[in-house]
Design a protein around this ligand. Structure first.
Ligand code: FES
Length: 262
């Protein structure tokens, strides 16, 4: 399947964002662009990127297979990512994953038979302060549990788009892939969702309450989970360290030819 004229035009628009002679830097958004049209990065998508950038397919393939956001199998309308890394696992992320997997009847990197939902384990979604978290097309659903995760997935299966905890309203995987390629969300409400939540700014709130600023903040501010009182006198600085210990030269290693001969 050849790529559409729209994708060709969009590719040129992406490349034009970069200085002359640096067009290969456009590879990451181009991979999102081909993924938007084909649902994953296919061999055709790799060839397309290589051709428009004048680089080899091996170079494109090396990048496409390095990053987990570039998919090798077609993704459904919704990519459901459940974090099972440490913070989320400690708070029930595995239970969330198991419930969603059982409900959908698919495992990691698999898509439901109707092609609508793809499930994946995720290795930290960069929202540990809201653990356990899951995302749908990279929009966050914070502090989920098996029941709330099931309700989200049931909404998706019923054709509804449940509102994420933060960020804009859900769109399709193709649409979010195009946004990741650097094209804005055309929906006015796309950037109107709630922004940062309280868990992300707890440290800032503590600092503000204590009257700290970046210049004043002495280290360490937190010791063993206890926030230091900014008004309390600071402990005296430790005395200067003594002279560094004498360096004992490492034994020399015989050259390989010497070892062979020994
Ligand atoms: S461990 Fe789950 S978001 Fe970081």
């Amino acid at each position: 399947m050849a790529f559409s004229p729209e994708t060709h035009a969009a590719a040129q628009e992406i490349i034009a964002r970069y200085p002359a002679g640096r067009s290969r830097s456009a590879l990451l958004p181009l991979l999102h662009l081909v993924q938007a049209e084909q649902g994953c990065v296919t061999a055709q998508g790799v060839a397309f990127c290589a051709d428009v950038l004048g680089i080899t397919r091996a170079e494109v393939g090396a990048v496409a297979t390095f990053y987990t956001m570039y998919k090798r199998h077609p993704v459904g309308d919704y990519l459901v990512s459940v974090c099972t890394n440490l913070s989320c696992a400690l708070l029930g992320g595995e239970d969330v994953y198991e419930r969603v997997s059982k409900l959908l009847g698919v495992g990691h990197d698999e898509t439901t038979p109707d092609g609508s939902i793809t499930l994946e384990h995720a290795e930290c979604l960069a929202a540990c302060d809201y653990a356990p978290v899951m995302t749908v097309n990279y929009e966050f659903y914070d502090q989920v549990d098996p029941d709330s995760a099931q309700a989200i997935v049931e909404d998706l299966r019923a054709g509804r788009r449940p509102a994420p905890t933060r960020g804009g309203p859900l769109c399709s995987f193709a649409e979010v892939s195009r946004q990741l390629a650097g094209f804005g969300d055309p929906r006015p409400e796309g950037v109107a969702g709630p922004g940062v939540g309280e868990p992300s700014v707890v440290g800032l709130l503590v600092a503000e309450a204590a009257g700290w600023s970046a210049e004043q903040a002495p280290a360490p501010l937190v010791t063993h989970g206890v926030v230091a009182d900014a008004a309390a006198p600071r402990p005296a600085a430790p005395p200067p360290a003594g002279p560094p210990p004498a360096v004992v030269p490492a034994p020399t290693t015989p050259a390989s030819s010497e070892r062979k001969g020994s």
